[in-house]
Design a binder for this molecule. Sequence first.
Ligand code: FPP
Length: 239
Amino acid sequence: MSLNHMPKHVAIIMDGNGRWAKKRLFPRTSGHRAGIKSVRQAIEYAVEHKIERLTLFAFGRENWQRPQEEVDTLMRLFSEVLVKELPMLKENNVCLNVVGDRSRLCAEVLDNMKITESQTLSNTGLQLNIAIDYSGQWEIVEAAKSIVKAVQDGSLGINDISEEIFSRHLQTNITQPVDLFIRTSGEQRISNFMNWQLSYAEFYFCSKMWPDFRKKDFQAAIDSFLKRKRRFGKTDEQL
Ligand code: FPP
């Protein structure tokens, strides 16, 4: 029995690429390559089930600390994927939006990002966010700076600052809260991902490594979500 509607916004931490590769005695980077198939599966599932928004965490601000070779491979991979998957995104009416700090990304990634974003801008189906050089705390600090500026230039009064206004100042401008948060690999933490938007999300932890994540695993997460009762602070009787 479903107690819930389909989630409108699903956010995923695609974790376990390194461990997947290590178990097979492959270099870590081959795990990231293998993870691309799972990215496609997640997008296809979201399109087929009319999920409105899917946010994928591809690279956190803390990930710059990884070995340079891994960082370089990941950047190359993002650049490649953004171009290669453009026809698939167009075919499926998907609108891509890359979220995060663009100031440290190399020209090639930025260029391919802009091309894919502009060519999918008017697509009205799945809104796909890919988070690159992103962290939830960074996003909140940036929003605070932007609010201070608005107060200083007189366009915003201190007493007008609300959760709604704050959401609008988030750099990623994702005002839609996350309904369902999925993390693969068995780790159970949010790792500085969408701290603001996860406030009322339902959490689902999948023990599979990201390269093994398939549509049936997405379906298992949805099945679990549909059985949950979301009260948003109210009592059962009030629902
Ligand atoms: C986490 O696994 C995964 C990443 C840091 C990268 C995710 C990237 C992809 C799936 C490639 C392409 C994606 C897009 C959206 C273009 P990990 O390396 O932390 O794994 P570990 O915890 O086992 O070491």
